[in-house]
Design a protein around this ligand. Structure first.
Ligand code: C2E
Ligand code: CA
Ligand code: CA
Length: 419
């Protein structure tokens, strides 16, 4: 077992905690067995026993009230301590609806114990299990947004926007990222930051992604055709789509991609799936990504540098592109550490022969610096904001490379170049 874990060994017969004690920690049982009991009228009423792989003492830690029963070791135990702070931190981080469910479950447990124990029931203040005002409001907000999202799917209120991705330093148009927008009937255009996290938490994302993919298949061939007419665009331009871990866990995902390619006529190499580093920790997702790669699709790690992917993962995972998170680009000029991280990522990518897209380029000096570092692609407001399909078609037709004169000015930083 991990030597860094805080653990205790207790012989049979030891009282771990007594009814009424403060709940300072819970215990994960690694070895042995305990019994949970109430001492009543001179005898012990055993409520349950717990063994390896189970937790004891969690109730009082969760609701910060005194222990509802006592616990005694019946077979020599090895226990791993989970502190109240560790539990409180996780509860605070969790979804407010789950937090409410947990509160209710704990309250029900307490009430049931109190009912079993009549005398105690009369004395004990009843714990209603009501959530804090903040949790209640957050839970209501989440639930109502979730039902609105279901309605929005049925009413076709979603729309795909497209943001250009350009080659550095020539600025040829290389591709687009598809970004979801919600045209809310009352609130207007809602950005994905407001609804994607809830769509992911509720599982609704697995209905939204197929819609996005179908929409890409329907509309992107027209953008691609427009780019074919423009010598300042790469032939062919690619389309990048954001995919969540929930999508990749579905057994139907790879088939969905194959169908989209077949019905749209897009080549697999024209399509890139963007996944975040956390996705790469999930076995099912990796299997699906490998199958997608076999289909010929490209796979990008999105927001690279913000997660925990180990560099070794690159040798085993089917990654074809790295997207550097815009937070590094944003702070590149002020923080030497960000510049160093960008350098490191670009060097690593070069070693592995993986092209890099830098995100969030807003200023010419950022573009210049990244081009100097050897970054292959860039995306950001400097080149174009996410735009509707019509605007994207117009932009694709009108895309022009900067003249040589302007390019040399960019190189010396004398102009804020516009595409
Ligand atoms: P992302 O995948 O990192 O997408 C890039 C985000 O950065 C987009 O925000 C884009 O508008 C924004 N951005 C691009 N260039 C600049 C710039 O120069 N400056 C600044 N400040 N921002 C820039 P958006 O469209 O609000 O999307 C936010 C996130 O929502 C996306 O981050 C992605 O994680 C998620 N998302 C968007 N569409 C989808 C989708 O269809 N499916 C899934 N699963 N997630 C999506
Ligand atoms: Ca993305
Ligand atoms: Ca990103």
């Amino acid at each position: 077992m991990d030597a860094t874990l805080d653990r205790i060994a207790l012989p049979a017969g030891t009282l771990l905690f007594d009814e009424g004690d403060a709940g300072l920690c819970a215990y994960l049982i690694n070895k042995g067995r305990l019994e949970i009991f109430l001492a009543r009228d001179g005898r012990d009423v055993v409520l349950a026993t717990r063994g390896r792989g189970e937790i004891v003492g969690e109730i009082a830690v969760i609701d910060s009230r005194p222990r509802s029963a006592s616990a005694r070791v019946i077979v020599d135990c090895e226990l791993i301590v989970i502190t109240a702070e560790q539990i409180a931190h996780r509860i605070a981080e969790t979804d407010p609806i789950l937090r409410m469910c947990l509160g209710v479950a704990v309250a029900k447990y307490r009430d049931t114990l109190a009912m079993l124990d009549d005398a105690k029931a009369r004395l004990a203040p009843r714990y209603g299990g009501s959530a804090s005002g903040d949790d209640f409001r957050a839970a209501l907000g989440t639930l109502s947004l979730e039902s609105e999202l279901r309605r929005a799917l049925q009413n076709d209120e979603f729309e795909l926007f497209f943001q250009p991705i350009v080659c550095l330093p020539t600025r040829r148009l290389a591709g687009f990222e598809a970004l979801l927008r919600w045209r809310h009937p009352a609130r207007g255009l809602v950005l994905p930051g407001e609804f994607i996290p809830i769509a992911e938490a509720s599982g609704l994302i697995v209905e939204m992604t197929p819609w996005c993919l179908a929409q890409v298949g329907r509309v992107f061939p027209a953008v691609r055709a427009a780019a074919l007419q423009n010598v300042d665009a790469v032939d062919p331009v690619f389309i990048s789509v954001n995919i969540s871990a929930h999508d990749l866990a579905r057994p139907t995902f790879v088939g969905l991609m194959a169908t989209m390619l077949e019905t749209s006529g897009l080549a697999p190499s024209d399509v890139m799936l963007e996944v975040t580093e956390s996705v790469l920790l999930k076995t099912k997702a990796i299997t699906a990504l490998k199958a997608c790669r076999k289909l010929g699709l490209n796979i990008a790690i999105d927001d690279f540098g913000t997660g925990y992917s180990s560099l070794s993962s690159f040798s085993t995972l089917p990654i074809t592109t790295i997207k550097i998170d815009r937070s590094f680009v944003r702070s590149m000029t002020q923080e030497p550490a960000s510049r160093k991280i960008i350098h490191m990522i670009l060097r690593l990518a070069e070693e592995l022969d993986i092209p890099v897209v830098a995100e969030g380029i807003e200023h010419p000096h950022e573009e210049r610096e990244l081009a100097d570092f050897g970054c292959a692609f860039a995306q950001g407001y400097l080149f174009g904001r996410p735009a509707t399909l019509d605007q994207t078609l117009a932009l694709t037709r009108a895309w022009r490379l900067p003249s040589q004169a302007r390019l040399s000015k960019i190189a010396t930083g004398k102009t804020a170049m516009r595409a």
